[in-house]
Design a protein around this ligand. Structure first.
Ligand SMILES: *[C@@H]1O[C@H](CO)[C@@H](O)[C@H](O)[C@H]1NC(C)=O
Ligand SMILES: *[C@@H]1O[C@H](CO)[C@@H](O)[C@H](O)[C@H]1NC(C)=O
Ligand SMILES: *[C@@H]1O[C@H](CO)[C@@H](O)[C@H](O)[C@H]1NC(C)=O
Ligand SMILES: *[C@@H]1O[C@H](CO)[C@@H](O)[C@H](O)[C@H]1NC(C)=O
Ligand SMILES: *[C@@H]1O[C@H](CO)[C@@H](O)[C@H](O)[C@H]1NC(C)=O
Ligand SMILES: *[C@@H]1O[C@H](CO)[C@@H](O)[C@H](O)[C@H]1NC(C)=O
Ligand SMILES: *[C@@H]1O[C@H](CO)[C@@H](O)[C@H](O)[C@H]1NC(C)=O
Ligand SMILES: *[C@@H]1O[C@H](CO)[C@@H](O)[C@H](O)[C@H]1NC(C)=O
Ligand SMILES: *[C@@H]1O[C@H](CO)[C@@H](O)[C@H](O)[C@H]1NC(C)=O
Length: 323
């Protein structure tokens, strides 16, 4: 009976349409080399997700230079030295990564290598980065370089601070004063009027300091600086789809683009999903990853399909009977 065949064909067609709909959370393939599936050792630092290797950025869903990790956590491994570039250019040596406390310990290599360090830039974290200074472990010290206090300026040199005396320290401003002062000891005054350069440097919390103390202005400040500082990555910035991607029954890793936007969930079977991956380790040919199966429906999708198919076949049945 031709009408019945027609009906069957219609049903089959609807099923195929619905099936391709069920597969919509699969957004194609990605290059699995962009994810650190095992910890990568650089020097004596173990690097693993949510960190990623800064050289391993790839196109994901048309977003160039996307990465498998959180914004700001790209690490360069240069000659077995792990480097974090906070602001595109300034290099910091990674001393340690602690995933439990979500902190990374950094040091400025120019400071660590010098007995009388001078800082020549502020530490800036780009807005897109998830890194921030933890108040619990970080203090700040100020460098005031090339300062002078002319009689008529109204800003007399505060007596409670001392010129840096460290042998070999060169401020670059001959005959002028240079100071290094913990932020809570900086005397009031218009410092940008008195000094050529001002830098604010994060350091690990340290014992109280007398900024006039002979030891401090000699090698004491250098010891505090050489211990580096800490940053933490703010997991509160994780979007709900990224949380879903990483949840314990999913093997996914979040991908972000250069603007810091979540792009997708990178599954271990080489597919990109828009939220989660399923719990298996992934075997694309056997369809172990849920989204590798073209006819897989999640519970919600399956319900949609059933409702859709029964509704349309119902309507189709009545239409067919009309003719
Ligand atoms: C680095 O920080 C400076 C401000 O200190 C800013 O002018 C510059 O645009 C930043 N560069 C990048 C690449 O974020
Ligand atoms: C930072 O490190 C990279 C890789 O070693 C190097 O190419 C670059 O010149 C360094 N930048 C600075 C400012 O030292
Ligand atoms: C650190 O403390 C300052 C001032 O108390 C506060 O504004 C800032 O939000 C704190 N930062 C973090 C990361 O807790
Ligand atoms: C402060 O110390 C520097 C050396 O660190 C020296 O060149 C400079 O002359 C000193 N300034 C004064 C005013 O004594
Ligand atoms: C501090 O000095 C600078 C440079 O002379 C000037 O531009 C600025 O207005 C001064 N600030 C205050 C609060 O007086
Ligand atoms: C560094 O930061 C301090 C404090 O925020 C600021 O006063 C100073 O102008 C900054 N220096 C540069 C070179 O941006
Ligand atoms: C993982 O999935 C299994 C079966 O689907 C479920 O019983 C279990 O509660 C899930 N575990 C977590 C931590 O979500
Ligand atoms: C993986 O998920 C399947 C179905 O959702 C479940 O039967 C199985 O117990 C899960 N395995 C683990 C290790 O959670
Ligand atoms: C994937 O599944 C196929 C077919 O079941 C099997 O032969 C193969 O060993 C599996 N590969 C992995 C890595 O589990």
């Amino acid at each position: 009976m031709p009408l019945l065949i027609c009906h069957r064909l219609l049903l089959l067609l609807l099923l195929l349409v619905a099936a391709s709909h069920g597969d919509s959370s699969d957004d194609g393939a990605y290059d699995t080399s962009m994810c650190l599936n095992q910890a990568y050792t650089c020097g004596d630092v173990s690097i693993s997700y949510p960190f990623y290797l800064a050289g391993e950025t790839k196109d994901v869903k048309g977003y160039a230079n996307s990465y498998c990790g959180y914004p700001g956590l790209g690490i360069l491994c240069d000659d077995d030295k792990p480097i974090l570039q906070l602001n595109g250019t300034e290099n910091y040596t990674v001393k340690n990564i602690d995933g439990t406390s979500a902190t990374v310990s950094l040091a400025d290599p120019e400071v660590v290598g010098s007995s009388c360090p001078k800082v020549d830039h502020n530490v800036t974290i780009p807005p897109v980065s998830w890194l921030d200074f933890p108040n619990s472990t970080v203090d700040y010290i100020f460098f005031y370089l090339g300062c002078y206090f002319p009689d008529n300026s109204g800003f007399v040199k505060p007596p409670a601070i001392g010129n840096i005396t460290c042998q070999g320290f060169d401020s670059g401003y001959f005959g002028r004063f240079s100071f290094v002062i913990p932020d809570d000891k900086v005397p009031l005054g218009n410092w940008s009027q008195a000094c050529e350069q001002i830098y604010k440097v994060p350091v690990l919390k340290h014992d109280p300091v007398d900024p006039k103390d002979a030891g401090w202005v000699n090698d004491g400040y250098g010891k505090v600086l050489s211990r580096g500082f800490q940053l933490f990555w703010d997991v509160k910035k994780k979007s709900p789809p990224c949380m879903q991607c990483e949840q314990s029954n999913s093997t996914g890793r979040c991908a972000y683009n250069q603007a810091g936007g979540f792009i997708g969930c990178l599954c271990s079977n080489g597919r990109v999903s828009d939220k989660e991956c399923g719990n298996s380790t992934g075997n694309a040919t056997a369809g172990a990853g849920t989204h590798a199966q073209p006819f897989y429906f999640s519970n919600i999708e399956r319900r949609e399909v059933v409702i859709f198919v029964s509704f349309t076949s119902y309507v189709g049945f009545f239409l067919l009977r009309l003719f």
